[in-house]
Design a protein around this ligand. Sequence first.
Ligand code: ADP
Length: 344
Amino acid sequence: MTDREAVVTALAAIADPSGGGDIVASGRVSGVVVKADGSAGLVLSVEALARDVAERLNAAVELAVRRVPGVTAARIILTAERDTAPAAADVRTGPVPGIRTIVAIASGKGGVGKSTVAANLAVALARRGLSVGLLDADIYGPSVPTLLGLTGRGKLEGKRLQPAAAHGITALSMGMMTDPTKAIIWRGPMAASAMMQMVEQTDWGVLDTLVIDLPPGTGDIQLTMAQKLKPTGAVIVSTPQDLALIDARRAIAMFGEVKVPVIGLVENMSSFVCPACGVRTDIFGHGGAAAAAEAAGIAFLGGIPLDIAIRTASDAGQPPAAGEGALAEAFAALAEQVAAGLGL
Ligand code: ADP
């Protein structure tokens, strides 16, 4: 099979969103070429498709073409006779085909609940009807398998990684690929390239957003991610105490330097309400994160309470955002603001 035939075969596996078989049979695809350097080009008609359907189709086509062995790049020209369909320049596919937006979850230091917030935010975004993936790039301390109750190992199909499905999202973690009892020694650049592989060589399908749980701090992985993946936005997680906030400011500054918009700062382990007596105690102080956000000129996205139920549910693989009650509502409120920040 020539490369061109392989591309056409791959495209024939995509159903036409308006019915009538696949997109090759229905005549949406024309002018397929594959040049000697491996770059592929084609014309895709998005005639009579709603804008979001056209965007998704474009992303699916790009993904399918890029996955054909030997193809190194894909150039898709969109056409539509009628002006209801989007102009090619309007179609947002983001730096990774099929993934519309990327949100990076970062913290200045470890142990502030960044992974807990990332996993629950992902679940809460999915509950808004969005298609969401969660990448646990916290390769030094992957906790997403525990948080989502994932027990299986990551699967490879061909050279592509398959994410696991749980609580309405798809997720991939370094913890699904390595032996959890063995220490892994990653040097900075190796860790960064492992993270890029987990984004680019995984069958995420078409996502409204990919939530990336970054390792704490502002090292190689964070910089590579920011520069290569150009996330749509970043969310910074901090506890209210001064020491955590100083580190959070460093993370905010890093995103400023690499020109990634910071959607806002979340205060985790905000006030504690005693389950026995109902008295509220601000164990780590109160209002520090809101003040730090204001001082840094970024939005304050609210607080997630310090609640033993978060710890026990998280350890049991049951993210509170998937349940009902005050905690689920707190994560839903956070998801609403993050979705708005991402333009979803
Ligand atoms: P990080 O990713 O910042 O290292 P984790 O998300 O792994 O932090 O959280 C550290 C520990 O704190 C976990 O045991 C988690 O269950 C617990 N935790 C996180 N947020 C809360 C909270 N709001 N209330 C109670 N426990 C929490």
